[in-house]
Write a protein that binds this ligand. Structure first.
Ligand code: NDP
Length: 462
């Protein structure tokens, strides 16, 4: 390899590293998020380009086959509907983790028995994390895609079984670090964590899945960083560490938003969330209203807070919601949006959709920023949100979501809820908000109902 090529690779890696850091920084605010995505993509192109120039590559044919195969899998994955992004992300983690495990395995068999202790230690970390992330991510995908049952499956001694599996793989790893010549034990370091990955997800209910996905993201990043040590790639170490730490930070934020203790998440034993199915609900009376009545109330309001949720995403109602925002603002109504951190099915889901509809960013307020406004709000208009507005989380100690911070919509003077039926949301539980005297249920599809309200507001011109 010529000195120029060496410098080119170094410069490509350096710029890629800077771009990855900038991408994370920019991704943390809706106004700069698009730039963040571009920076991340450019960084990845530079990282791959630099790697392809590496002297270690003797033949490009296998790489070309990998590129074609990867594109065949990757392009359709990138085209999934927005609501399927969490499971799509979990599937990406599974692919990354499988790759890390395979590379680690190849490196071990190429080098054994002459593997220095430090190298063997990081290699063990790499394959253990890679294997458990692989099956854990596949399980998470299955649960979110509803191929597997979403409800938690628990049994006596589950924590013991899970921790024992993890403990045995760590013991095997320690033994191999000290005796790398015992190649026969290496498959155990892959097999046991593969089983652990499945067992780790089994007791976790659907409502806790967002935290799990970001935690798996963190595991995938850490295993990639470990692979960086094995392959002596600074870029992989940095990119993996960024991925690992940002995934970890996101998991902590998500755990707080869902009121799950983080140690529970780490040990994969938070399986006590029980879906109390809709079937257990008694038929209690609710007040419902028509689009015409809703339009009259909205037109008379001074302050409106719109709370979007998963139903708005499913109905793709964000553009109609934008038109409603415009129509109300034109009438002098002060309209804001209250965004819960886990509204929808992925972190930032609502921000992405509302940004797509060009709602001004300064109108989107996080839960903590908007909650103080509800007592002075004339109308809280909930569009396809349910769990994130459930007051049982504040008051009912027996509720599976007890303690989860929610949007205090019940403190507004009038509450209006657009949803199609009395069916529960993701957590599978009833919402006492719907039975309050101040609550009006607007039964219908989010896009259709918002369109109807608009027509009433604009005299049929929407
Ligand atoms: P929910 O899942 O609690 O409720 C969504 C509501 O939307 C349902 O009650 C449904 O009622 C309604 N709905 C569905 N389709 C339509 C439609 N076409 N038009 C109108 N309404 C519709 O959503 P939230 O956003 O309130 O809460 C998110 C939940 O998802 C939380 O439990 C969270 O923990 C979980 N979660 C969050 C993730 C994240 O990262 N954001 C990831 C994975 C899970 P109906 O059927 O009657 O219309």
């Amino acid at each position: 390899m010529t000195p120029i090529t060496t410098h080119l690779i170094e410069v490509a890696y350096l710029v890629a590293t800077a771009l990855f850091i900038l991408a994370l920084k920019w991704l943390s605010a809706p106004s700069t998020a698009r730039r963040g995505v571009w920076a991340g993509e450019l960084g990845m192109v530079l990282a791959i380009g630099g790697t392809l120039l590496h002297h270690g590559i003797v033949d490009y044919r296998w790489i070309a086959i990998g590129l074609v195969l990867g594109s065949i899998i990757g392009v359709p994955l990138g085209l999934v509907h927005m609501t399927a992004v969490p499971q799509r992300t979990a599937l990406s983690h599974a692919c990354g983790a499988l790759c890390v495990t395979l590379v680690g395995t190849a490196e071990f068999y190429l080098r054994a028995p002459n593997v220095p202790r430090f190298m063997m230690a990081v290699l063990s970390l790499e394959v253990i994390l890679g294997s458990l992330t692989f099956t854990g991510s596949l399980m998470a995908t299955g649960k979110l895609q509803e191929i597997l049952p979403q409800r938690p499956i628990t049994y006596k001694g589950q924590n013991f079984v899970n921790l024992s599996l993890l403990g045995i793989s760590i013991l095997v790893a320690i033994y191999i670090v000290l005796n790398p010549a015992h190649k026969a034990l290496f498959p155990l370091m892959i097999g046991i964590p593969l089983v652990f990955g499945v067992m780790m997800i089994v007791p976790i209910g659907g409502a806790d899945m967002p935290t799990v996905i970001s935690l798996l993201n963190s595991y995938a990043g850490l295993s990639a960083a470990a692979m960086g040590f094995v392959l002596d790639s600074k870029l992989l170490i940095i990119a993996g560490a960024l991925d690992g730490s940002s995934g970890f930070i996101l998991s902590v934020i998500m755990s707080k938003a869902m009121n799950r203790s983080f140690s529970n998440v780490l040990f994969g034993a938070f399986g006590q969330v029980q879906a109390t199915a809709a079937a257990t609900q008694e038929a209690r009376p609710v007040h419902s209203a028509t689009a015409e009545e809703a339009a009259t109330i909205l037109a008379a309001a001074n302050t409106v807070v719109i709370v979007p949720g998963y139903g708005m995403a499913v109905a793709q109602a964000q553009h109609k919601v934008r038109e409603l925002y415009d129509a109300l603002t034109k009438r002098g109504v002060d309209v804001k949006f209250g965004i819960h951190p886990v509204a929808g099915r992925m972190p930032g889901h609502m921000n992405v959709l509302l940004a797509e509809a060009d709602i001004p960013y300064d109108r989107l307020l996080d839960m903590d920023a908007i909650n103080g406004d509800f007592p002075q709000t004339d109308v809280a208009l909930i569009i396809g949100a349910n769990d994130v507005t459930n007051p049982a989380a504040r008051t009912d100690q027996s509720s599976p979501i007890y303690g989860m911070p929610i949007l205090d919509v019940d403190k507004a003077r009038t509450v209006m809820v657009i949803k199609r039926s009395m069916n529960p949301g993701f957590a599978g539980i009833d919402n006492p908000l719907y039975y309050l005297d101040k609550t009006l249920m607007l039964f219908g599809d989010a896009k259709g109902f918002v369109g109807d309200i608009l027509r009433e507001l604009t005299g049929g011109h929407a």
